[in-house]
Design a protein around this ligand. Structure first.
Ligand code: PA5
Length: 479
């Protein structure tokens, strides 16, 4: 068929590139930088991680690795349902949090118009899009002020069906829909959840909701390429088959057993070795507003997957890097001072775009003010590229570890590649650190304390534990 993602030449032209020069001693000096020899000296760790990932693919919590290949039927359903939703509604609202929200938000920001919701309907060609990933009462009230329930479809996304935030939102929305639309309420809600367990699947069956399933081996933060992300993307008119093709393309690249040919394995190795040297912060700095929320999505993936107290053998390791998002060029005027002159505790990942989807020329004017006039005749495209190169240069000169991932352009294919690259990098790094990449006991602890505080049955002991915790002291409060 004539889809561009079936064309080998086009796909190769869309391949992401990793420039790791500034991770090496040649550029940041012998104290900070790495050598190829150092990486080769750690080859047994790298090889073991590589082999474990290959062995675990498609099994247990690595079900996500097969999402580029096993969703043909699901994709047809996703696309058909999305078409109907696009026709019938003006507002599409995702109810979800964490891995059930960050991916849909990131892909929306990357692949839709940057002011999508403000566009007139004739130019939008998809409903207005909202992701409610908090339980701030003011935000929920604000949403209800701007949508028309009759013209809204809600996609409630929760794998466990036990997440208080999402289920609270569901209860509010379902009640509102029943009050306003009576029997039609259920046709305004689509559930995305686990087929085999949890509460939402039970509710969905009782209420007769259209349901998409999240496969058992796909955890929240690895679920963007499942119906969690594909359905909202399809509603927005994004070519989800192209996204999947991009992920499959990157998967092949990241299967290469040679570390210097495999960007996910090499990035995992750099970050692993950097962590060993106390580089505890991973900065993700895209130079494109479209990629701003990809940085948020990465932050969750990296933080929840690698921030662990114990390794697989039960040893205390307290591992992980704190992920920090920054936006180029905006944060050059906010954070880059720290990155250049502050502690040597960071690895910066720049995301660069070769060809922006628009070109804007800087207008003529102020010819008699040289400090301004030099800009005239250049494009904003040239300006943003120059500022990125300049920041990269400044960091490198100050001997700060950094590397750049280049996207030839931002489109569904390259976004599929990018998501899969970071997922694979995380999987490899988790194996190097010998930990469980796919659990999140720290998040669960917070969830359980919330249950106890709100009086959920079965959490009486937890409630008692909280009540018996050290009481706060008045003299440690300033009022
Ligand atoms: O990555 C994860 O597993 C978590 O961040 C979850 O996505 C998040 O806690 C929401 O869980 P659920 O989809 O079960 O509502």
């Amino acid at each position: 068929m004539g889809f561009r993602y079936n064309n080998r030449k086009w796909k190769d032209s869309m391949r992401l590139r990793l420039d790791y020069n500034n991770m090496m001693t040649d550029f940041v000096g012998t104290r900070e930088g790495f050598t190829k020899k150092e990486i080769r000296d750690n080859m047994s760790i790298v090889d073991t991680a590589y082999n474990l990932v290959q062995l675990k693919r498609g099994r247990n919590m690595m079900g996500w690795s097969e999402l580029p290949y096993n969703q043909e039927e699901i994709l047809d359903d996703v696309i058909q349902t999305a078409k109907a939703v696009r026709k019938s509604c003006d507002y599409f609202v995702v109810l979800g949090i964490g891995g059930s929200a960050l991916g849909p938000m990131a892909v929306f920001q990357a692949l839709c118009h940057l002011h999508h919701n403000e566009l007139p309907k004739s130019k939008r060609r998809a409903p207005k899009f909202y992701v409610e990933d908090n339980v701030d009462p003011e935000r929920m009230a604000a949403l209800l002020d701007v949508i028309d329930p009759e013209k809204t479809v809600f996609n409630v996304i929760t794998k466990s069906g036990a997440t208080s935030e999402t289920m609270a939102q569901y209860l509010i929305i379902m009640n509102m829909l029943k009050e306003k639309l009576g029997e039609n309420a259920a046709s305004h809600v689509i559930a995305t959840t686990s087929e085999s367990k949890g509460n939402l699947i039970k509710i969905a069956r009782e209420e007769n909701l259209k349901t998409f399933y999240i496969p058992d081996g796909v955890g929240g933060r690895f679920s963007e390429l499942s119906p969690v992300g594909l359905f909202p993307a399809a509603v927005l008119g994004i070519d989800v088959k192209e996204m999947i093709a991009g992920a499959a393309y990157m998967d092949k690249v990241c299967k290469n057993e040679k570390v210097f040919k495999n960007p996910a394995l090499l990035l995992a190795t750099f970050q692993y070795l950097a962590m060993k040297r106390g580089k505890n912060i991973s900065v993700m700095m895209p130079y494109a507003d479209g990629l701003k929320l990809i940085a948020d999505w990465y932050c969750q993936l990296w933080a929840e997957s690698l921030g662990k107290a114990n390794d697989n053998a039960g040893n205390k390791i307290y591992s992980g890097q704190t992920p920090v998002k920054a936006l180029g060029v905006t944060d050059q005027h906010s954070q880059v001072q720290l990155y250049t002159e502050g502690p040597f505790d960071k690895v910066t990942t720049f995301l660069a775009v070769d060809n922006y989807r628009k070109e804007v020329t800087i207008s003529e004017g102020c010819r008699d003010i040289p400090d301004v006039a030099f800009l005239c005749g250049h494009t904003m495209n040239e300006l943003i590229q120059a500022e990125r190169q300049a920041t990269e240069y400044a960091l490198t000169k100050a001997k700060r570890l950094n590397h750049t991932i280049y996207l030839p352009e931002i489109n569904p294919f390259t976004i599929g590649e990018l998501l899969f690259l970071f997922e694979m990098q995380t999987a490899y790094c988790g194996e190097m650190l010998k930990l469980n990449t796919y659990d999140q006991p720290g998040v669960e602890a917070g969830k359980q304390a919330t249950f106890a505080l709100l009086g959920k049955r079965g959490y009486e002991d937890k409630k008692e534990e909280l009540e018996n915790a050290t009481k706060k002291r008045e003299d440690f409060t300033i009022a």
